[in-house]
Design a protein around this ligand. Sequence first.
Ligand code: ZN
Length: 362
Amino acid sequence: MNKYNSLFAVFSVFLIVNISCKQSPFYSASDFEKVQKIDVHFHYNTPDIRYLQFADSLNFRFVSPNVDAEMPIDEQLEIAASLKNQFPDQFTFLGTFSVDSFNNSGFAEETIARIDQCMKAGASGIKIWKNIGMTLKDTSGRYVMADDPAFKDIFRYMEANKIPLMAHLGEPKNCWLPENEMTLDNDRRYFKNHPEYHMYLHPEAPSYQDQLDARDSLLRKYPALNVVGAHLGSMEWSVDEIAARLDRFPNFYVDMSARIGHLQYQALTDREKVRDFMIRYQNRIMYGTDMAVDEADASFVAVANGLRNRWFEQWLFLATDSMIEVKDLGGQKVKGLQLPREVIDKIYSRNTEELFKIKNRK
Ligand SMILES: [Zn+2]
């Protein structure tokens, strides 16, 4: 081998090593289990720790929001506090308060005491629910919206103490439409089974716009309160609407839970637009599912498989360019967004870690 040949050989080896080490800008399907992930909206309503262990095996951690609905809130707090105590690095929860005593004097003080109780038990924030704006009424029979002056001392207290708020306010826009105009099968199913929440049937109740206006007014009145709008801030039908709020309110974030189907619906006609939105607001969006586990779950294996399937299917949509068949869109196929690695890392864990002060695991 002469000098030039050996130089060429060295160069070739360098080239091959360099090409094979250069990381793809995207994750693949097989990276799903390896990458650190947080489900920021997961209702962990059982002391059964097996779901935490299972999630851990897939590098998933949880933020479990307590909700002022169904299961008594003290019971939810007790379960969450115990899990937090046992798994401080893997489990985070948000406390909540009841609005049952809204019309009593002393509501604000009682609620602040409740918030303190939640925070002392290990909560990382507080969640409020759609009953504010949709069912709660004052003594004169008027609907109470989230920006009601009665909540002022409560939100000021949270601002002063840097306690983040997760707000599920309003519902998907489909809720105000007749069944045949709804865009997704799961919304059609849900409102058919829950006519009491199908606002198209209740024109006397606040409108869709009233819900958004109250939420926007909350964001404006309490600029130091960091607010996560659950379910894409109930603006799931339009990335433009979400973008406009994220631009206007620096204290606003959104979680994608239970609304990824709506992003898929928009991606059917304009994938690039949805993708650009996710990239542009990569610091303000959090991955979540709104899945739940509770004590009544009969089979751990079946439930765990269900969790894994949902998480994996959504990973394929967000991280890869696979074609995904969406059941709630009548089986139509949508191409995955294939978001860059850094964007995936932020949406899947970093944003949630920063907002809720969760320790980074890397
Ligand atoms: Zn939820």
